[in-house]
Design a protein around this ligand. Structure first.
Ligand SMILES: [Zn+2]
Ligand SMILES: [Zn+2]
Ligand SMILES: [Zn+2]
Length: 252
């Protein structure tokens, strides 16, 4: 633990990464990567191409300072792999949005795909497993990871949204949690939508306005008595009407 917070070794502060060929000055460390040592800006950005929610520390020759990947120039591009959309500079260009992940609250730069016929911004976020808090021009999103985590914590540990949001604020900045973008209200709205949509999914609902078809995807109910599953064969044979009775009540 002490070694991970030690400054770069004097005389060996070169970056151990491969993208700079080992010539860069190693001053950046990631708190969330399972790597050791300090990397240069080029290597740390390359390592986090698809990890936009990792927290970075910079050695400023005096102490470790918390930085963000956004500070180092990280941009999440949509629609063209790792490359920016050719029309990215149209309209508003790259935009900042607030994202909640299991590592805390982050501000991430979004390089939307603005091609003709491109998905909406909300659809582009959902494509990355990020749930937008609003549909038109979303500026806040919550990762599916956080929503699954909260859903379990809510059921098992009885954690409420207020405490969870407060914990996330403190995880982001435990010295000054009030300076962190308040995530409570958008989180409260999104977690409700998440819960409803998961229930629909479990019930085999693709569109709540369309009646379900026979054979549609659905989770079996573990407490419903079913012949050859949770019912003894002899009981069914002895009392043919028992299937209907049990199926209706489910209380046996
Ligand atoms: Zn990392
Ligand atoms: Zn490097
Ligand atoms: Zn595009």
């Amino acid at each position: 633990m002490y070694e991970h917070e030690a400054p770069p070794q004097a005389g060996s502060s070169y970056c151990p990464g491969v993208d700079c060929g080992g010539t860069g000055s190693g001053v950046y460390d990631c708190w969330d990567c399972d790597t050791a040592g300090y990397y240069c800006q080029e290597c740390i950005l390359q390592q986090h191409r698809h990890l936009p929610f990792h927290r970075i520390a910079e050695w400023n020759n005096n102490c470790l300072v918390q930085r963000t990947l956004k500070d180092l120039g990280h941009i999440v591009y949509f629609g063209h792999g790792d490359k920016p959309c050719p029309y990215i500079d149209d309209e508003l260009g790259v935009q900042d949005i607030t994202l909640l992940d299991v590592t805390g609250v982050h501000t991430v730069q979004m390089g939307w795909c603005r091609c003709a016929g491109a998905p909406t911004q909300a659809e582009q976020l959902l494509g990355r497993k990020w749930f937008p808090a609003t549909i038109l021009r979303p500026r806040t999103a919550i990762t599916f990871r956080v929503l699954k985590l909260f859903h379990l914590l809510n059921h098992i540990a009885r954690t409420n949204p207020w405490d969870f949001a407060g914990t996330m604020h403190r995880l982001t900045d435990n010295v000054s949690p009030s300076s962190v973008t308040d995530i409570y209200k958008p989180f409260k709205h999104v977690k409700r939508q998440w819960r409803v949509i998961r229930a629909w999914k479990r019930g085999g609902v693709r569109d709540p306005n369309v009646p379900r078809e026979s054979g549609g995807l659905a989770m079996g109910c573990v407490s419903c008595p079913k012949p050859a599953s949770v019912m003894v064969e002899k009981v069914v044979q002895a009392r043919p009407a028992v299937q209907t009775d049990l199926g209706l009540s489910g209380a046996v």
